[in-house]
Design a protein around this ligand. Structure first.
Ligand code: 5GP
Length: 114
């Protein structure tokens, strides 16, 4: 698999505004934020799309959600609410093929999404 821009961020080869890090997950601000708070949580292993989740790597998804939950509390939006979403492939709007959980907060989210 070709490395993605997120591999370079993980390897600290290009800068990112990192807001969360543990042994398994990295969280950093989206370069093109769609809400006052827009953070991407990524696994520290390459999983290209939601379709590539399996019994061996599914723990990363749990850890990404836990990281997002902790971050929501840290930035004080847990009670007012936020959105976590993952895009998959073309119709899902995925552009970077290293799974990432979008964490969006700080404004009223709309439904259905565009
Ligand atoms: P997707 O469309 O794949 O769900 O989301 C990819 C996200 O990555 C987009 O929201 C885009 O703004 C963000 N992104 C793309 N390249 C970079 C980058 O180099 N740095 C950061 N921080 N975010 C990026």
């Amino acid at each position: 698999m070709e490395p993605t821009i997120f591999d370079l961020i993980l390897q600290k080869e290009i800068p990112a505004d990192i807001v969360y890090e543990d042994a398994h997950v990295l969280g950093f601000k989206d370069v093109n934020p769609q809400a006052p708070i827009h953070v991407l949580f990524i696994p520290k292993v390459r999983i290209a799309t939601h379709n590539d989740l399996d019994a061996d790597n599914i723990d990363y998804l749990s850890r990404m959600h836990l990281a997002a939950k902790e971050y929501a509390a840290e930035v004080g939006v847990a009670d007012e609410g936020y959105r976590v979403v993952m895009n998959c492939n073309g119709h899902g709007g995925q552009t970077v093929y290293h799974i990432h959980l979008h964490f969006l907060a700080g404004r009223q989210m709309l439904w259905p999404p565009g």
